[in-house]
Design a protein around this ligand. Structure first.
Ligand SMILES: [Zn+2]
Length: 487
């Protein structure tokens, strides 16, 4: 009997092993077969333009009273003077005073248009004396093969890169097949409500339905995807939703010498603690599934085996993601208590306590499902829950078989040597989320190469871009203007 059982077990194991191996060996690469093109010349003038653009302090502050309209006006004039052909030959609209929309009519009116996004504003820099910049943040210094300064990567590289490309095309008398819009917002860093939202509304009112749009988001990474030595161009196909909830409680006040058993501070603290102890379920969402399907076949054997057999190894994969905060953000809706307020005097019991918790919602979940989870986790009717500030649902997931996605991948392959391309999930927020009514295919990718240490420079100190990389961005946009015309 025991022998029979052992035999059966062995047979089952063999069957399991053959399924695992079969799936691994038939796990086919999804990479496109693209020929690297000879490097096109890009003038050093373009680099000079990026440096000059960085020198104009188009800073977005949370405090709206600090908005410096003169700097933004100066930036707009700078673009007009530097790109005279774009200024005169394309249809240009100033949106809500400071945002820009260009329309470049294509040669084939039967094709739906494309929108290239960028933002002209930057986050503050140099306000904090602890920030130690090698070169002043708005110097635009060109040194040792880099352009230094706030905005060089985020996101003036795109605005300048796109306009350089278009100006050159116009000089050469070329035009794209598809109509191409350039949409440059002026307040992306504080939510995009005065810029991107208004541009998107204008396009909607004109009944524009774009084939796809390309905005910032992810980059070409090196040494960031474990097990892969080659550069990986990550193209965001969706972004997480955004929700902040205010938890508040009101009770009778009193003197701290005769406190009641429960106080607003105590009840609220317990509520926040319960939330932290009851995290959202980790799982592999649709965009992450796509990511795994694109990088998996390029991985060393054992990782490849795990990715090819997610029915068996999904727990292991999720566990790996959960080892870091950055990884956890990819596999679950995150919970981050950000504001906690109560009390004014040490001997007075406060009547009110409030806290704000920020959630970044994984595709497949929603504002209402997150709110439900929060209510259940806290389980205390005394704690009032309300939406705080602006919120948005996770963005729709864009189609990885659409012409736009293929054009982006092809352009990457033609410019960047032996680079893998893969769709992925953006955990932050971009202007692209405001365009869901204008296109169902929004992609989020900047053709910039980032090493792990470079990621700290975004919104941090010593932001910079290498001259070669900036020139490659322009080469990428040139190819994209051509490749996006293919049906
Ligand atoms: Zn940005």
């Amino acid at each position: 009997m025991l022998k029979k059982l052992l035999k059966l077990l062995l047979l089952l194991l063999l069957l399991l092993l053959s399924i695992v191996l079969f799936n691994t060996f038939t796990y086919k690469s999804k990479q496109l077969d693209v020929q690297l093109l000879p490097e096109e010349a890009v003038s050093d003038e373009a680099v000079q333009h990026l440096s000059e653009a960085v020198q104009i302090k188009t800073v977005s502050y949370d405090d709206a009273s600090r908005f410096d309209s003169a700097s933004f006006t100066k930036f707009l004039s700078y673009l007009s003077e530097t790109y005279p052909l774009c200024d005169s030959l394309l249809e240009k609209t100033l949106v809500n005073g400071f945002s820009l929309l260009y329309k470049w009519t294509g040669s084939d009116p039967s094709l739906s248009p494309v929108i290239l996004l960028g933002h002209m504003d930057v986050v503050p820099a140099g306000d904090d004396p602890n920030e130690k910049w090698t070169h002043p943040p708005f110097s635009g210094k060109i040194e040792n093969g880099f352009v230094w300064g706030r905005g060089s990567l985020d996101d003036k590289v795109n605005v300048i890169g796109i306009l350089e490309t278009a100006e050159q095309f116009l000089k050469e008398g070329k035009k794209p097949k598809r109509t191409v819009y350039f949409a440059f917002g002026h307040d992306e860093e504080i939510g995009g409500r005065a810029g991107a939202v208004k541009i998107a509304e204008l396009l909607e009112s004109q009944k524009v339905k774009a084939e796809f749009l390309l905005d910032e988001g992810l980059l070409i990474t090196r040494g960031i995807v474990p097990g892969i030595q080659r550069p990986v161009a990550l193209i965001g196909i969706t972004e997480k939703g955004y929700l902040s909830l205010e938890l508040s409680i009101e009770m009778e006040g009193g003197h701290s010498s005769m406190p009641p058993k429960e106080t607003p501070v105590g009840i609220l603290s317990a509520a926040v603690s319960k939330l932290e102890k009851d995290p959202f379920n980790p799982r592999i969402s649709a965009p992450v599934q796509e990511f795994l399907a694109h990088v998996g076949p390029e991985m060393p054997f054992f990782s490849k085996m795990a990715f090819a057999n997610q029915w068996l190894f999904s727990g292991v994969i999720i566990g790996k993601y959960q080892k870091t905060e950055a990884g956890s953000a990819i596999v679950q809706t995150t919970t981050a208590p950000t504001i906690f307020k109560s009390g004014v005097k040490d001997n007075v019991l406060p009547m009110r306590a409030s806290a704000v918790v920020n959630f970044r919602i994984l595709p497949g979940e929603s504002i209402s499902s997150v709110t439900e989870h929060v209510k259940k986790a806290i389980g205390d009717e005394r704690v009032k829950i309300s939406v705080y500030g602006h919120s948005n649902e996770p963005s729709p997931v864009s189609d990885v078989n659409s012409p736009g996605f293929i054009a982006i991948r092809k352009s990457v392959g033609e410019v960047f040597d032996s680079t893998i391309t893969a769709p992925s999930l953006v955990v932050g927020a971009t202007d692209a989320r405001h365009y869901t009514k204008v296109t169902s295919n929004a992609f989020r990718f900047v053709p910039v190469i980032a090493l792990p240490e470079d990621l700290k420079r975004l919104h941090g100190t010593n932001e910079r871009i290498s001259i070669e990389n900036f020139k490659d961005c322009i080469r990428f946009y040139r190819r994209l203007l051509i490749n996006c015309g293919e049906k």
